[in-house]
Write a protein that binds this ligand. Structure first.
Ligand code: G3I
Length: 276
């Protein structure tokens, strides 16, 4: 195939995706780039708890449905994002303080030293919330691949080692967690540890996916370094860019993505295509 996704798949990988939500899918120029270049969609915000259940028992799936319908009709894979995260929580969840109320895969649960982050989930349930969340997700969809996702897993640092230990501990009694997501929100010249990180995460025996790739002030070399690290790691199955064009990025002022404000491919895009 052609395009980033097509060429990446031709190298034996599963997909190269991006994130979006209703507004960007209804933007014809943006949608055209997604159709041509990307094979998977992550909802940037519409499946977060504050979007889906803003007040207790009152659900709103319209944003999530828009993304799923667009992905299905355009033949794109979907990564649900994110079931349990300490951020973008509705107030009513923040205020829960008894363990019978909490239920239910998990995002950004580690501190930089590899320990468990304090959140309403860890305070009420301890580490058990991780297994509870994964079991609930499994019960809801036995075919989905369930990932644990985090940021700053960009070298073989304490947080990466904490992730490896946590996954090994939780999966000691069976396959609870199916894979590890490393977000990879990098900075210029910050891709040097990517290979070591992927190798460490892969030592768990699980697939590893780069789930939110963007690089502030990226040079072509930064992007190609990440690509090579993934190509060089059998367990690294997929990459998702965290957006299409710089203008729409959460870090817009750092020009971290592969397309410019006019949807023109940037030098880093061309370097990736050449490396593929
Ligand atoms: O929808 C409201 C709108 O009604 C309101 O008028 C406007 C005013 O601020 O805010 C809108 O919500 C914003 C939302 O994006 C949708 O645009 C939130 O303020 C804003 O905080 C939110 O930012 C998102 C951020 O997660 C939230 O923490 C970014 O778009 C999204 O790219 C970012 O993505 C996260 C991943 O989910 C997890 N990993 C880190 C990554 C970067 O923070």
């Amino acid at each position: 195939g052609t395009g980033l996704h097509g060429k990446f798949v031709a190298r034996g990988k599963k997909f190269w995706g991006t994130c979006a939500d209703s507004a960007l899918l209804n933007n014809a120029a943006n949608a055209a780039v997604i159709r041509a270049e990307f094979g998977q969609l992550t909802p940037e915000n519409s499946m977060k708890w504050d979007s889906i259940e803003p007040s207790r028992g009152s659900f709103s799936f319209s944003g999530a449905d828009t993304l799923v319908n667009w992905a299905v009709s355009n033949g794109k894979l979907i990564r649900g994002h994110t079931l349990v995260w300490h951020s973008q929580l509705p107030n009513w969840v923040e205020q829960i303080n008894d363990r019978n109320t909490l239920w239910d895969v998990v995002n950004e649960i580690l501190n930089e030293d590899g320990s468990l982050r304090s959140s309403v989930f860890s305070r009420v349930l301890g580490e058990s919330f991780v297994t509870i969340a994964f079991n609930a997700a499994r019960a809801a969809d036995s075919t989905a691949k369930l990932f644990i996702n985090d940021y700053n897993l960009d070298s073989n640092n304490a947080k990466t080692q904490g992730m490896v230990s946590l996954v090994r501990r939780i999966n000691a009694s069976g396959r609870i967690i199916d894979g590890i997501g490393t977000q990879m929100h990098l900075s210029a010249n910050g891709a040097g540890g990517a290979q070591a990180a992927l190798t460490a995460l892969a030592s768990t025996g699980l697939p590893v996916e780069i789930t939110e790739l963007d690089i502030a002030g990226a040079s072509s070399n930064d992007y190609v370094t990440v690509l090579r690290a993934c190509l060089n790691t059998a367990a690294c199955e997929a990459i998702t860019s965290w957006g299409v064009r710089d203008t729409d990025s959460w870090r817009a002022n750092t020009n971290p993505l592969l397309f410019d404000s006019n949807y023109r491919p940037k030098a880093a895009y061309n370097a990736l295509i050449a490396a593929l």
